[in-house]
Design a protein around this ligand. Structure first.
Ligand SMILES: Nc1ncnc2c1ncn2[C@@H]1O[C@H](COP(=O)(O)OP(=O)(O)OP(=O)(O)O)[C@@H](O)[C@H]1O
Ligand SMILES: [Mg+2]
Length: 234
C-alpha cells in the first residue's frame, strides 16, 4: 500500500507517545528557577492538564518536553528517544510532536493555509496532499472560508484555531498545547476542544495541555498542579 491509504492506515494504528520527565531543572538568567527537579510520567494516549498560577513553569515544562528549550539538568525520554540528549532535535519535533504555542507564532506573510502546511513541507509531503490536509483541518476548526487570509486579518481566536490546525497537520503522537483556549470565547474554545477530542479519538495521541482554563482540567484524565517550578499534585 502506498500514498494516502498507507498514511491513513499508519495513523489509524498509531498510539500516543509515552513521556518520562526525570528531575528536570531549568533556570533563566541564573536567578529565575522556572523548573525545580520536576518529575512526571505520562502514559501513551493519556490526557494530562497542567494547571497553576502565571509564572509557575507550565510553558517551560512543555518547551523542554518538545525540545524547544533545553533543561539545565535531568532527563526527558519520549518513547525510546532521550530528548535531552538529542543534538539535533528537529526530526523529533517534526515526526513526533505537535505544539500549540501560547502566542500562536503564525508567520504573518503566509496565509492561514500556508501556515498550516508548513510542518508538512519539512516532512516532504507532496504539495497537493499538503494543501488537502491543511484545508480539511481548517474546515474542522471552522475556518474553511478564511483559509487564504493572512493572520493580520484574523481575530486572536481565529489565529489560535489556525495554530491548532498547524499542530495537528503532521499527525503527531504527542500534542503539547500551551493555553489552546487562552484567547478564545467559550464558543470558539468549545470548537477547539472538540477538534482536539476528535483528533485524539482518531489517532490515540497523547495530549498535554498547560492552561488556566478549568475546562481543560475537566476533560483530562489527570490534572497536574504546579507551583513555583514544582509539581504539587497529580
Ligand atoms: N526566556 C525566558 N527568559 C527569562 N525568564 C523566563 C523565560 N521564560 C520564562 N521565564 C520565567 O520563568 C518562569 C516560568 O515561566 P513560564 O512561562 O514557564 O510560566 P507559565 O506557568 O507558563 O506562566 P503563564 O501562565 O503566565 O503562561 C517565570 O518566572 C518567567 O518569567
Ligand atoms: Mg505559559
Amino acid at each position: 500500500m502506498t500514498g494516502p491509504d498507507a498514511m491513513q492506515k499508519m495513523i489509524g494504528n498509531a498510539t500516543g507517545a509515552a513521556i518520562e520527565v526525570d528531575r528536570v531543572s531549568k533556570t533563566f538568567g541564573g536567578r529565575i528557577r522556572a523548573l525545580r527537579e520536576v518529575s512526571l510520567r505520562v502514559a501513551p494516549g493519556e490526557v494530562v492538564a497542567i494547571t497553576g498560577p502565571s509564572g509557575c513553569g507550565k510553558s517551560t515544562l512543555l518547551n523542554v518536553i518538545a525540545a524547544i528549550d533545553r533543561p539545565d539538568s535531568g532527563r526527558i525520554v519520549v518513547d525510546d528517544v532521550c530528548v535531552t540528549d538529542l543534538e539535533h532535535p528537529a526530526a523529533y519535533r517534526r515526526d513526533t510532536v505537535g505544539f500549540v504555542f501560547q502566542l500562536h507564532n503564525l508567520l504573518p506573510m503566509l496565509t492561514a493555509r500556508a501556515n498550516v502546511e508548513l510542518p508538512l513541507i519539512a516532512a516532504g509531503v507532496p504539495r497537493a496532499e499538503r494543501r488537502r490536509r491543511a484545508v480539511d483541518l481548517l474546515a474542522e476548526v471552522g475556518l474553511r472560508e478564511r483559509a487564504e487570509e493572512r493572520p493580520a486579518t484574523l481575530s486572536g481566536g481565529e489565529r489560535q484555531r489556525v495554530a491548532v490546525a498547524r499542530a495537528l497537520v503532521n499527525d503527531p503522537r504527542l500534542l503539547l498545547a500551551d493555553e489552546p483556549t487562552g484567547s478564545l470565547d467559550s464558543e470558539s474554545g468549545r470548537l477547539v476542544l472538540a477538534v482536539l477530542d476528535r483528533a485524539r479519538a482518531q489517532r490515540g495521541m497523547t495530549l498535554v495541555t498547560a492552561s488556566h482554563d478549568p475546562v481543560l482540567g475537566d476533560r483530562a484524565d489527570r490534572v497536574v498542579r504546579m507551583v513555583d517550578g514544582t509539581i504539587t499534585a497529580g
